[in-house]
Design a protein around this ligand. Structure first.
Ligand code: HEM
Length: 281
């Protein structure tokens, strides 16, 4: 893999920031917001940030870059597809539970639903995520889907995945800000108001920064063409069947030979980079 060290730096940063985001979210609700419960009240609301950050930010982010991990390149593509789909479905389940928590809380307290920009962007992202999962399953996991449909849909699927992930980051940032403004109002205890930067506000603002930078790391890793998983046949050729690793292997011109159907069958030689651009589904 090209720029392997840079890849590892971004990956480690993403894992660290993603983990810290979850730790900070839990610290926020457990230390400052009374804890977690399923009681139709504020403690039930607290599941909303915790589960949405674990599901829509952390797990969704890891699912986005799962194919980029070079350690998985000798795992078969079908198995990787199941892992990618499984992570996304797990994330989706957590998001749905997080939404049930906030709708329950609103309904029990007669607070209006869906009035904020946060809720519009958030719900739109969840609906698009559901669609993305269903279309992804039908296109890439059903064995009888024609290859031309897979090829056509692939770039839409990739773009939509990144777009939805970006929407989730935006929704989380807005939700965090909204919640801080709601809870840290300048009331009787002026020193605890948001504008006085109490410890809770510092921790949660930092959480927002972690989520943003985590998103940046994921998007950077996902958009570097040189860190793409090589197509399956290249994987087999360059060592995974012979026990050598991708980093060590020198690929000869013959190994990149591919048949290109263009009327008359002829052989075309591809360099590795070019071959890698040709996705397998
Ligand atoms: C990132 C994924 C998130 C999504 C998809 C999401 C989605 C939603 C939706 C659809 C609602 C409307 C519920 C209703 O109207 O009854 C809502 C409400 C709310 N969310 Fe989130 N949310 C996310 C993350 C967060 C985070 C991290 C926080 C931080 C505390 C948060 C705070 C709030 C608050 C305070 C409300 C109630 C006020 C409002 O409706 O805007 N959300 N969220």
């Amino acid at each position: 893999m090209e720029n392997f060290r840079q890849f590892v730096v971004f990956l480690l940063a993403a894992v660290l920031l993603g983990t810290l985001s979850v730790v900070f979210a839990l610290t926020w609700v457990l230390h400052w917001r009374g804890g977690l419960a399923w009681d139709l009240g504020l403690l039930e609301f607290n599941w909303h940030p915790v589960l949405s950050i674990i599901g829509f930010i952390l797990i969704n982010g890891l699912a986005v870059i799962i194919y980029r991990l070079p350690w998985t390149w000798n795992v078969s593509k079908p198995l990787m597809k199941y892992i990618h789909a499984g992570l996304n479905i797990a994330a989706f389940v957590l998001i749905v539970i997080s939404l049930v928590a906030v709708f329950d809380f609103h309904n029990s307290k007669s607070i209006p639903n869906m009035y904020s920009l946060h809720s519009w962007i958030g719900l739109a992202a969840v609906i698009m995520y559901a669609l993305q999962i269903v279309l992804g399953l039908c296109t890439f996991l059903l064995p009888f889907t024609p290859t031309y449909i897979k090829a056509f849909y692939m770039s839409i699927h990739v773009f939509a995945g990144l777009f939805i992930f970006g929407m989730a980051i935006a929704a989380a940032e807005m939700g965090i800000t909204e919640k801080l403004i709601f809870t840290l109002r300048s009331g009787s205890n002026i020193t605890l108001s948001y504008s006085r930067s109490p410890p809770e506000a510092i921790l949660v603002n930092t959480l927002g920064v972690f989520i943003l930078v985590f998103g940046g790391c994921i998007l950077w890793i996902a958009t570097r063409p040189e860190w793409k998983r090589p197509p399956e046949h290249i994987n087999k050729i360059i060592g995974n069947e012979e026990g050598s690793t991708l980093n060590e292997t020198n690929v000869s011109a013959e190994t990149n030979m591919e048949r290109v159907p263009e009327g008359t069958a002829r052989m075309r030689y591809l360099n590795l980079e070019e071959a890698c651009q040709r996705s397998t589904f």
